[in-house]
Structures are given as structure tokens and as C-alpha cells.
Design a protein around this ligand. Structure first.
Ligand SMILES: Nc1ncnc2c1ncn2[C@@H]1O[C@H](COP(=O)(O)OP(=O)(O)OP(=O)(O)O)[C@@H](O)[C@H]1O
Length: 340
């Protein structure tokens, strides 16, 4: 549905994006994740037909964004960082105005407006003047104007910036509900937003896409392995000998922990690939009469991946080429409030 190839943009001599290539399948939500100044807004604006690229191509629903910018604009709903709202209009009046300029037939407009109001939970505010709305409701109006003409593609630039936690949850749920019927690109610098909302993530840094994958695969693929923490009763040498025989095990290490009952050890097992080894590890221990008290799968957090990718001196061209890092699997759970 969206195909971007070798897209670059220079502002004078400043390179905002360079050689950006990615694609988005119909019905997907792609998270475009990067720190401030990475080039997210520039890419979104080029895709929406509001800014010409210096070189490269971008196609939306088969139309080249620069050559067929009118056809593209009709097929895209765009929520910029600051939604272009008219504060003195009512919500309904504004949506009617947007539907009109987006070319929705007069006969279809009431139904399209009703649908956008319903999806964005705005029915009770339809007669309210936009100026009187809270920031959260204004953001919903911004999303409603992006979907009122029922475009196949929706581009949302930092849609939850400035909202309170309750409003953030509402807006994220609303975005998730758009998937399937629509193809969505969501730009953000907030990590949990991506893992909560998106089916795939493209990480952008210094104007270049440094990795693209599902949030989960990106973590395991980049780290090249996943890990398990086990609590087992017995001697380390015996446990090590037993687990070493399990195919796919890369390393076995004792972990330093306090407060464990006597004879119990915490062991960290790292696997060679992302294949699940849990049941094999448990079976091996039980067949050697070693008591297993606890087993937990540990994966790198998206935050670890992001920091690793965006602090590389040179961009990682292909995540498969990254050296597996054992230390990285200690990343633990993502910080829910990580705001880079
Ligand atoms: N109109 C402009 N003129 C000159 N440089 C610009 C212009 N717009 C953006 N830039 C530069 O291009 C780079 C990418 O900016 P862009 O706004 O696309 O990043 P971003 O990832 O959206 O950042 P943010 O999250 O802060 O909005 C930055 O270095 C920025 O300073």
C-alpha cells in the first residue's frame, strides 16, 4: 500500500533524510520510531504530498506522491503534529468542511461525519465549538478529520504528544481499531507506543532507517538469542552438564542472587536462536532428577534495541549482521514511560 524507495530530502545543505526505503502492507500499522530530529516529520510530509523529496520515490496506493499528489491526498488522511483545526467552528461543522474539501459527495457526507464522530468517540461533542475542547478531544477531532473521507491510508505524526495518560490510552485504542480497514503509519518517539499499537516498526535515526521488523522479532533478531532464567535445586556442575545436552543451548551461567533457599541456584540459559527451549530445558532437568522451581523467558526490551540501534556510530544496514550480545538479554521489561 505504501512503497518508499531511496527517499532523500535536503533543506539547503542539511540532510533531513537520506536513502530511506521501507514499505507498508495493507491493513498494517507501522510505527515510525526515532528520536527528535531523526526525520520522521519530513518523511510523513513527503508521503502526504505536502513536501517534495530531493530524490527517490514514494508511492501510496500505487500513485507517486509528487507526480499524482491530488490522487494521493484523496487517499490519505494526515494528522500533522499540530492539527489544522478551526477553533470557531463546531466539531460537526469542521468535519463537514473537511469532507467537502476532500471531495466527499454532499449526499454521503452526513454518514461519513457520523461514522468519524462515532469512531473517535465524539458524538457528545458534535455541536461544541472546537475552541472549548480539551487537548484530548481536539486530538480526537484531528484524527476524525484524517478519517472523515474514509481514506485507505492514515498518517499520524506524534498523535499522543501532550495528552494525559487516560487520553493516551483512548487515542492508542482508537488507532488500533483503525488497522485492518486502513493502513496506518504512526510516527512517535515514545517506545511503548510502538509495542502497544503497531504491528511493525521502522527505526529511524539521523535520517536513515536503521531497522524494520515486528517489535518482537526486532528484539530477538537483533540480539540473536533469547534467554531463560531458571531456579533449580542442585550443584551447578550437574545442572550445567544436564542443560548443555539440550540442543540449541548457547551458554549457561549462574546468576548472583540473595535470599535463595539452600541448594537452590538461579541459572541463566541463553539460546542460539529465538526458538523456544522452555519445555526441553524442563524435561532435561526433570529426567536428571533436578528440581525446577521456576522458569522465566527473558527478552530484550524494545528500549534496549532502540538504544543499541540509535547509538551506533554507523547505521546498522541489516539487523541480521549484528553480533549477538549476551548482555543485551538482560534488558528486562520496557519502561512504560520511556520517552526518548
Ligand atoms: N524547514 C526546515 N529547514 C531546515 N532544516 C529542517 C527543516 N525541517 C526540518 N529540518 C531538519 O531536518 C532534520 C529532520 O527533522 P524532522 O522534523 O523531520 O525530524 P523529526 O524526527 O520529526 O523530529 P521531531 O520529533 O523533533 O519533530 C532535523 O535536523 C531538522 O532540524
Amino acid at each position: 500500500m505504501i512503497e518508499v524507495e531511496h527517499l532523500s530530502k535536503l533543506y539547503g545543505s542539511t540532510s533531513a533524510i537520506a536513502d530511506v526505503t521501507f514499505s507498508v502492507e495493507p491493513g498494517e500499522i507501522l510505527g515510525f520510531l526515532g528520536p527528535n530530529g531523526a526525520g520522521k516529520t519530513t518523511t510523513m510530509r513527503i508521503l502526504s504530498g505536502y513536501l517534495p523529496a530531493t530524490s527517490g520515490t514514494a508511492k501510496v496506493a500505487g500513485f507517486e506522491v509528487h507526480e499524482d499528489s491530488m490522487a494521493v491526498r484523496q487517499r490519505i488522511g494526515y494528522l500533522p503534529e499540530s492539527p489544522p483545526l478551526y477553533p470557531d467552528m463546531t466539531v460537526e461543522g469542521y468535519l463537514n468542511f473537511v469532507a467537502q474539501i476532500k471531495g466527499v459527495n454532499a449526499g454521503d457526507r452526513p454518514q461519513r461525519i457520523q461514522s468519524a464522530l462515532t469512531r473517535c468517540n465524539l458524538l457528545e461533542k458534535r455541536k461544541t465549538i472546537i475552541r472549548k475542547l480539551s487537548k484530548g478531544f481536539r486530538q480526537r477531532v484531528g484524527i476524525a478529520q484524517a478519517i472523515v473521507h474514509d481514506p485507505p491510508v492514515i498518517i499520524l505524526d506524534e498523535p499522543t504528544v501532550g495528552l494525559d495518560p487516560r487520553q493516551i490510552i483512548e487515542v492508542r485504542n482508537l488507532i488500533k481499531n483503525l488497522a485492518g480497514d486502513h493502513t496506518v503509519i504512526l510516527s512517535t518517539h515514545i517506545l511503548p507506543e510502538v509495542s502497544m499499537t503497531c504491528s511493525r516498526v521502522a527505526i529511524i535515526n539521523h535520517g536513515q532507517v536503521v531497522a524494520t521488523n515486528t517489535p518482537e522479532s526486532l528484539m530477538t533478531q537483533l540480539m540473536g538469542s533469547s534467554g531463560y532464567e531458571l531456579e533449580v535445586e542442585g550443584e551447578f556442575a550437574a545442572i550445567q552438564q544436564c542443560l548443555q545436552a539440550v540442543s540449541g543451548v548457547k551458554t549457561i551461567e549462574p546468576m548472583l542472587t540473595d535470599l535463595l533457599p539452600q541448594n537452590r541456584l538461579k541459572i541463566k540459559v541463553v539460546s542460539e536462536s529465538e526458538t523456544e527451549l522452555g519445555s526441553e530445558l524442563a524435561t532435561a532437568l526433570v529426567s536428571h532428577h533436578l528440581k525446577l522451581y521456576e522458569m522465566r523467558r527473558v527478552q530484550a526490551s524494545l528500549e534496549t534495541v532502540f538504544l543499541q540501534l540509535t547509538t551506533e556510530e554507523t547505521p546498522v544496514e541489516n539487523v541480521d549482521e549484528v553480533e549477538p550480545s549476551d548482555a543485551a538479554i538482560e534488558g528486562g521489561t520496557p519502561n512504560e514511560n520511556a520517552d526518548l
